[in-house]
Design a protein around this ligand. Structure first.
Ligand SMILES: Nc1ncnc2c1ncn2[C@@H]1O[C@H](COP(=O)(O)OP(=O)(O)OP(=O)(O)O)[C@@H](O)[C@H]1O
Ligand SMILES: [Mg+2]
Length: 256
């Protein structure tokens, strides 16, 4: 009986549709983490029939609508993934101020409880084939005093996808981010270069090759193209999944 149980557990872990995690970090705020996390969630849900869960553990700078303040990133991720999880689970901490979680929490007198977020993470991981988690800003954004996103990634031993700008400034930010992730022993799934502006200028043309040269063993999974009105009102899951499939090496995202 014990052997049968061991075999079942082992085969569940080998099956490549079970218990995968992708932590999506960025080299900066506004770099396209929500867009790419949404596209990744839509792709694996629609094209690979996976049960995709999502999480935006700390969302700051809520979007103002006519009557409400809404966690827009969490809403996009939920729509894109097709997840039925409650928004309060997907984003347990929503803070109004558009600053780092540590600062917003201090201003709004909220105690950010990492163990609560950890419990939610463990449960979401168990109830989905794939869990896509979006950070906030980059790896050295503080969540609590002396506890940064990199510490959360390390605590969860989460395979990480880095979203970088395609244009000017990306060499420094991308290499710094990868350097820290590697130093902490985190599995880096790859880098997606996001063409947020669509300038087509010289840095845009030369950055992929120079980054390939210096990233060594970390792959560039592709360039996510500039697309107008990518998320406007509702999330178009089909369109996002298509753009990802056409431009990104999606297999590498599950090579964990
Ligand atoms: N490839 C793209 N083409 C066109 N617009 C894009 C692209 N990627 C992102 N954008 C736009 O850039 C803005 C920032 O993107 P996004 O919200 O995904 O960034 P983020 O890294 O999640 O930001 P935050 O740090 O606030 O969570 C959005 O208005 C988004 O629609
Ligand atoms: Mg975002």
């Amino acid at each position: 009986m014990r052997r049968l149980f061991d075999r079942l557990v082992t085969s569940a872990c080998i099956d490549n549709t079970v218990m995968k995690v992708i932590f999506v970090t960025g080299t900066d705020t506004g770099i396209g983490k929500t867009v790419i996390s949404s596209a990744v969630s839509a792709f694996f849900s629609l094209r690979k029939q996976m049960n995709v869960g999502v999480m935006k553990p700390f969302e700051c700078g809520l979007s103002k609508t006519d009557k409400d303040l809404l966690p827009w990133d969490a809403i996009c991720l939920r729509e894109a993934s097709g997840s039925n999880d409650d928004l309060n689970i997907i984003s347990p901490y929503t803070l109004e101020a558009p600053v780092a979680p540590e600062v917003a929490a201090m201003l709004e007198h909220v105690d950010l409880d990492i163990s609560l977020v950890d419990k939610i993470f463990q449960n979401l991981k168990k109830s989905h084939d794939l869990l896509v988690i979006e950070g906030a800003g980059g790896v050295l954004v503080p969540i609590r005093e002396n506890f940064f996103f990199i510490d959360l990634i390390q605590k969860w031993n989460a395979p990480t996808l880095v979203v970088s700008r395609l244009g000017l400034g990306t060499i420094n930010h991308t290499l710094l981010t990868i350097h820290l992730l590697k130093e902490r022993g985190i599995k880096v799934l790859g880098v997606i270069l996001n063409d947020t502006i669509g300038l087509g200028d010289l840095p845009t043309q030369t950055n992929p090759a120079i980054l390939r040269k210096y990233l060594l063993d970390v792959p560039i999974l592709g360039i996510f193209p500039h697309v107008k009105d990518l998320i406007k009102g509702n999330v178009d899951r089909e369109r996002m999944a298509d753009i990802l499939a056409k431009n990104i090496d999606t297999d590498a995202l599950l090579e964990q």
